[in-house]
Structure formats: C-alpha cells, structure tokens
Design a binder for this molecule. Structure first.
Ligand code: CP3
Length: 424
C-alpha cells in the first residue's frame, strides 16, 4: 500500500494544532485525541526498545534518545494529536536525589517512606537538579527538545527532519512510509504536532512518598495530613515546587501544553481536597505557568486530571488549570454541570472513553466513542482521551481505529486497517 505523505511548507497563516485550539476553548474542525499512557507497554516497538536497552524504566526516562524514541512511537503509529513526553511522575524525585524505583508490575517504590516530621525535614532538604542530577534535568530537556525537533514548531516547519527529507528516528533507523504517514496525519493542517509535558500533582506524589509504595486508600498519607498539618504543608509545598520545576523543564525545552496528574485525588473528601490539597496543586500550576514555551512563545495551557473526581472537578478547575481531564466514572455532562459551578466557569474538557471498552469489541467501542464526541459538543473545547491510561494488554490497532473515528477520517481508517509491520 502507498501512503500520501505531504510535507508542510512554513506558513504563519496556518492554524494552531487542534489540541492547542481545543485547550483554549476553540472548536477545530478535527476533534483532537491522544491517550494517557499511549507510549509504553501496549506497543510491541516499545517492548523491543526496552529489551534492547536492557535498563530500568526510570533510566530510559533519562536517556534523551530513548525517551524521545518512546515518545514518538505512538505518534507514528496512531497519528494522535499530541506526543506526551515519555517520562514518569516519579522522575523529578530521582532528579532531587530521592531513592525511588519502579518495580515492574507493582509501581513506584521508595527507598525510605517519609512518615514523620524528621523524615519530611530530611526529604525537603533535597533540591531538584542538585549535585550530579543537574545532568538528569538536562537529559529531560534534551529528550523533549529532540521530540520537538522531530515534530516541528511554527517557526521550524521546513526544518523538521521529515521536511528535510531525512527520515531517521532518534536511534538512527529509517522511518517506514507508514510511520511517515502517521506523522503527517498527526501534524494535519497545522503542519506540526504539539509535545505535551506532565507532572504528578503534589497529593499523588505525597501519597507515594508517605506510603512508600502503591496503596489502595492512601491511609498513611491521609492520616499525616490531619496528624501533623505543619509537616503536611512542608511536604506538599516541596512536592508542588518539584513538579512545577519538572513541568517547567519540559516547557522551556519546547512542550506546548502540559498535564498535571492527580491520579489519587478521588480518594479524598471534597473538604480535605479543597483545604489541604488544592492550594498546593495551584502552586504547582502557577510554577509551571511561569515558564515560556519557545514553541508558542507563551506559557502553556494546563490540563488537570484525576480519577474519581466527580465531586471536586470545580475545585480542580479553580487551581488555575485551563482544562480539566475527566475519568470514565463521571459523564461529560455531569462534569460540565460541575464545572459551570466553578469560580472560573466552564472550561474545555478532556476525556473520557472507558479503557475497558478497548477490549469490548468494535461495536460497543464505536458507540462509546460516538457518545463521547456527542457529549463533548456541549463543552467550550473537547479533547478526546480515555478515562485513565491505556491498559498494557490493549491491541494497538484498536487505538489507531479510535483516532480514525474521532477524526472522522476515512483515509486514516484505511491506513489503520492495515496490519503494522514491525521494524527492527
Ligand atoms: O504515554 C504516556 O502517558 C507517557 C508516559 C507516562 C508514564 N507514566 C510512563 C510509565 C506517564 C504520563 C506516566 C504518569 C504516571 N506514572 C502516573 C499518573 C497517571 C496514572 O496512571 O494515574 C502515575 C500514578 C505514575 C506512577 C507509575 N509509574 C505507575 C503506577 C506505574 C505502573 C507500574 C506497573 O508496572 O504497572 C509506573 C511505571 C510506568 N510509567 C510505566 C510506563 C510506560 C510502565 C513500566 C515499564 O514500561 O517498564
């Protein structure tokens, strides 16, 4: 099969990418779509990359070429509207010299959980980019910059590797026509694809720090919040500054939007969220928005996402986020009703196809995507995503077909139907 690959010419009158338009309350012709955890284990090419590199997940995050390659893989394959930088919410902890590893099949595990004032004092003496970790911060910046170079900016459309006729991956392999078609589909009429930076919200980071490992109800963290408010304040302020700096690193390297993940915020009562958590998320967002993206010349729109957040969506918006991510336990209609009660008023929303539908067969999935698009029409701006991350067992071809449906693209649907040929 031949693919038409059109290379964009630089032209300042081109529209901004659909993702950036939707996040600023616009309704572009094509509804943008990307997937949380679009990079990673659902992709055989990612599994190959990991096997070859034979280093840990967090070490991959600090290798600019590998992180850039993992970031680009789902863009080439799925033609999504954004590249989410391959990293992890735990990376800035490591860049502050804190002992953390990702245990396969378990998640983040801390060398020393921080359960009391003394441990928190010790932790908060650590600084982002201290000592030899300045190189790690630079590696994150270099990884983002590599992706931005591959995917273009308004200023460098004619200088992207593909526009120059160079079609090598960051690891030096020749891109296939199918992969070039994916990049072209992603870039669409804007001619470039935005890179999305991210970080973990203070509560989600604190939950891992205090528990020491993943937990279901975050009991120790929630106890500490009430037992020792001064230590809680110290811990949360430190986490907010850390994540703010981590997002700022990505923005200054060229990310043009960012997402704050508060995965576990739904474990809190609305009162605790409002009083003891939201102010620190607001601090992280404020710090992130102090950075200017060289890609757009502006501070970046922030998407604020959590799960189980139906009752705190308005508070999440009022932390200063430009858009709110909605999980699949809340309908977009409910989310919009809640957001209309926020001080800042309605805002663009992201979400919220149930990841379970990805394995439910084509008919239920297509219905769910159509319903999601329909519900999103009531929002000032809509970015389609899943309600949470892509399950590792997902058939990637199913994700590509979701992109084709969201974009209403018969051409892309045809491409999506052709089996992916693995490339070494
Ligand atoms: O494609 C993307 O979305 C970008 C990369 C990304 C990763 N983690 C890579 C990763 C993003 C955005 C994250 C965010 C993240 N990490 C969150 C917030 C989002 C969410 O899922 O709620 C959280 C809570 C973490 C912490 C974390 N890191 C967990 C819970 C796990 C899973 C552990 C496991 O093995 O099941 C990780 C590891 C991780 N982060 C993997 C990937 C691709 C898998 C490990 C691997 O590939 O070896």
């Amino acid at each position: 099969m031949r693919y038409s690959v059109s290379v964009a010419a630089p032209n300042s009158s081109r529209p901004l990418p659909a993702l950036l338009r939707a996040l600023t309350g616009d309704r572009p012709d094509r509804t943008p779509v990307w997937f949380m955890r679009q990079a990673g284990r659902s992709l055989p090419e990612y599994r190959t990359l990991r096997e070859r590199a034979a280093i840990s997940m967090l070490d991959v995050c600090l290798r600019p070429d590998l992180a850039a390659e993992a970031t680009l893989q789902p863009v080439r394959r799925h033609g999504v509207d954004a590249a989410v930088f391959f990293s992890d919410i735990m990376v800035p902890l490591r860049l502050a010299g804190v002992g953390v590893r990702i245990e396969p099949g378990v998640g983040p595990v801390m060398a020393e959980p921080v359960r009391d004032a003394a441990a928190i004092a010790k932790l908060t003496a650590h600084q982002y980019g201290q000592d030899e970790w300045a190189d790690g911060v630079q590696a994150v910046a270099d990884g983002v910059a590599t992706v931005v170079r591959e995917l273009g900016t308004p200023a460098t459309l004619s200088a992207t590797p593909t526009a120059l006729g160079r079609s090598l991956t960051p690891l030096g392999r020749e891109l296939t026509e199918r992969e070039l078609a994916g990049l072209a589909h992603s870039a669409d009429v804007a001619g470039w694809t935005p890179v999305l930076g991210f970080g973990g919200a203070p509560f989600t980071l604190a939950a891992y720090l205090v528990e020491g490992r993943p937990s279901r109800d975050h009991l120790a963290a929630r106890s500490l919040m009430h037992a020792d408010p001064a230590s809680w304040e110290r811990l949360m302020t430190w986490c907010a500054e850390l994540t703010g700096q981590f997002i700022a690193t990505q923005v200054k390297a060229g990310a043009s939007a960012a997402q704050l993940f508060d995965s576990w915020a739904g474990a809190l009562s609305p009162q605790d969220y409002r009083d003891r958590v939201a102010p620190y998320s607001a601090l992280a967002i404020a710090r992130a928005r102090e950075a200017t993206s060289p890609t757009t010349g502006q501070s970046v729109p922030l998407i604020h996402f959590g799960t189980g957040t139906a009752r705190i969506l308005a508070d999440m918006h009022d932390t200063g986020a430009q858009a709110v991510g909605v999980d699949d336990r809340t309908s977009l209609a409910e989310a919009l009703a809640a957001l209309s009660r926020s001080r800042a008023g309605l805002c663009p929303v992201q979400g919220n196809v149930d990841p379970a539908l990805l394995a439910a067969g084509p008919a239920p999935l297509e219905r769910a995507v159509a319903d999601c698009l329909e519900a999103g029409r009531a929002a000032p701006g809509h970015v389609v995503n899943l309600g949470h991350g892509v399950p590792p067992t997902t058939d990637p071809a199913v994700l590509t077909s979701v992109v084709a449906q969201v974009h209403g693209s018969a051409d892309w649907r045809q491409v999506a139907a052709v089996p992916w040929e693995p490339r070494a």
